[in-house]
Design a protein around this ligand. Structure first.
Ligand code: GUN
Ligand code: ZN
Length: 434
C-alpha cells in the first residue's frame, strides 16, 4: 500500500467510555473545530485543528467540511443479510413471521447469482447508513456467506458473519444436518476467519431450530479455533421462550440451554434478550457475553421492551442491532430514535451520549474490537463518517436552534437517517458518497 497521509477538518465527536460507568461528561471527546489525520488506513492523530495543523507538513491534503460532524463508523451487532428483501412484512409476531415470510425469503439463497446480488445491495445499504462493521447472519447456505465476504473483502471492510445452522423445526428445503452444518461452517472458517478484516461467527439460528447434536457441534467449533464469534437469538418473544422450555425441559431456562452447550463467552452475542431474568443477565455478564439491543425489531414484531437499566446494573456488554428484516431500518440513527422510545415507555432515559456509545464503542466492546474500531483513537482503523447538518431542510433548520453538541447529537439521532450520512470511510478509503 502506498504511504498516504490525509487530514479531515470538521467538528469531531467520539465516545471514549460508557456513560453508565464514568458519567456523561467523561464519556466523550468533542472538538468543535477538529482535525482527524489518517495514515495507511489508520488514525494517526486527532485533536483541535488549531493545535494539530502546526505539526503537519504544509502540503498535506486537507478536506474541510462545513456544518458537518465526524464520528466513528457505526456498528450493527445484529442483522440478517438474507432478509434484505423482506423488510416490513405485515402482520405476524416472531414464530409465524419466520414461517410465513422469513424462511421462504431465505430459501432463495440456494442460488449463487441471487446471493451475489443481495450481498452487493446489502453492503451498499450498510455503507449508505454509515455502518462500517456488522455482525451478520447469512442463510443456511454457505454461499450466502461466501458472497458477503467476497464483497466485503473488495472494500476492505471489518465484518463478521456466519452461515446459519438449523437442523429441525424449519422446512426441509432450509435445514442442514448437525454433521453438514459442522463441515460447512468449518470450511467457511478455514477460508475466511482472520483474512484481512474478516471474522467468522458460528451461527446456530436459535435453540428451537437446532438439535442437541447440532448445538454440541457448534460448541465444539468454538473450541477448535481462536477468536471465533458466536451469534444467536435469545428470549425475544414470550411464545418462543415457552417453546424452548418444552423442547429442553431438562434445562433451567433459555440461557441455560446455550450455557449447557458451551456457547457463552467473550465473543458471543445474543440478539434481543427482551425477556431475560436477572439471573440470566448475571450469567451473561459473568461469561463476558453480550446482548444486541434491537429496538425497531422489538417494536415491529411486538416482542417487548428491552430492559437496558437491568443490563447496566449487571455491567453487561450491550451493542445496538438493526435486526433487518425483523427490524425496519438499516439506519442505526433511526434505531437509536426507537431505542429512546423504548426507554421512555419504561420511565427511563437514554442520553444522546449513551446512544452514541451503544452505536459505536459499546458495539465494539460487545465484539471485543475496541482496540480497532468504535472510537477515533490514534492507532485504530480509520472507519469514520461525515454527518451532514444540512441533509434535509428540516434537519438544517432544527439544528440551527441547537445550543450545544448534546442537543445537536440528539436531534441527529431523532431526525437523522441515511440522508444524514454524507460520506463513509473504511480503512481510510471513501466507500460511500451521498
Ligand atoms: N429468531 C430466530 N430466527 C430469527 C430471525 O430471523 N429474526 C428474529 N428477529 N428472530 C429470530
Ligand atoms: Zn435476528
Amino acid at each position: 500500500m502506498p504511504l498516504t497521509r490525509k487530514a479531515y477538518r470538521a467538528a469531531i465527536l467520539h465516545s471514549i467510555a460508557d456513560p453508565a460507568e464514568v458519567g456523561i461528561e467523561a464519556s466523550y471527546e468533542y472538538f468543535e473545530d477538529g482535525l482527524l489525520v489518517v495514515e495507511n488506513g489508520q488514525i494517526s492523530a486527532i485533536g483541535h485543528a488549531s493545535e494539530l495543523l502546526a505539526t503537519l507538513p504544509a502540503d498535506i491534503e486537507i478536506t474541510h467540511y462545513q456544518d458537518a460532524l465526524i464520528t466513528p463508523g457505526l456498528i450493527d451487532t445484529h442483522i440478517h443479510l438474507p432478509q434484505t428483501g423482506m423488510v416490513g412484512a405485515y402482520g405476524e409476531q416472531l414464530l409465524d413471521w419466520l414461517n410465513t415470510y422469513t424462511f421462504p425469503c431465505e430459501s432463495q439463497f440456494a442460488d449463487k447469482a441471487h446471493a451475489d446480488e443481495v450481498a452487493d445491495i446489502f453492503i451498499k445499504e450498510l455503507l449508505r447508513n454509515g455502518t462500517t462493521t456488522a455482525l451478520v447472519f447469512g442463510s443456511v447456505h454457505p454461499q450466502s456467506v461466501n458472497s458477503f465476504f467476497e464483497a466485503a473483502q473488495q472494500l476492505d471492510l471489518r465484518m463478521i458473519a456466519g452461515k446459519v445452522m438449523m437442523d429441525r423445526n424449519a422446512p426441509d428445503y432450509l435445514t442442514d444436518t448437525a454433521e453438514s452444518s459442522y463441515v460447512e461452517s468449518k470450511a467457511l472458517i478455514e477460508r475466511w476467519h482472520g483474512k484481512g478484516r474478516l471474522h467468522y461467527a458460528v451461527t446456530p439460528r436459535f435453540a428451537p431450530t437446532s438439535t442437541p447434536e447440532q448445538l454440541t457441534l457448534a460448541g465444539q467449533l468454538l473450541g477448535e479455533y481462536p477468536d471465533l464469534y458466536m451469534q444467536t437469538h435469545i428470549s425475544e418473544n414470550l411464545k418462543e421462550v415457552e417453546w424452548v422450555k418444552e423442547l429442553f425441559p431438562e434445562r433451567k431456562g433459555y440461557l441455560d440451554v446455550y450455557d449447557h452447550y458451551q456457547l457463552l463467552g467473550e465473543r458471543s452475542v445474543f440478539a434481543h434478550g427482551v425477556h431475560l431474568c436477572d439471573d440470566e443477565c448475571a450469567r451473561l455478564a459473568e461469561t463476558g457475553s453480550a446482548i444486541a439491543f434491537c429496538p425497531t425489531s422489538n417494536f415491529f414484531l411486538g416482542s417487548g421492551l428491552f430492559n437496558l437499566p437491568m443490563a447496566e446494573k449487571h455491567k453487561l456488554n450491550v451493542g445496538l442491532g438493526t435486526d433487518v428484516g425483523g427490524g425496519t431500518s438499516f439506519s442505526l440513527l433511526q434505531t437509536l430514535n426507537e431505542a429512546y422510545k423504548v426507554m421512555q415507555l419504561q420511565g427511563a432515559r437514554l442520553s444522546p451520549f449513551k446512544s452514541l456509545y451503544l452505536a459505536t464503542l459499546g458495539g465494539a466492546r460487545a465484539l471485543r474490537l475496541e482496540d480497532k474500531i468504535g472510537t477515533l483513537h490514534t492507532g485504530t482503523d480509520a472507519d469514520f463518517l461525515v454527518l451532514d447538518y444540512n441533509a434535509t431542510p428540516l434537519l438544517s433548520y432544527r439544528l440551527k436552534q441547537a445550543n450545544n453538541i448534546a442537543e445537536t447529537l440528539f436531534v441527529l439521532m431523532t431526525l437523522g437517517d441515511d440522508r444524514t450520512v454524507l460520506q463513509t470511510y473504511a480503512a481510510g478509503t471513501l466507500v460511500h458518497q451521498r
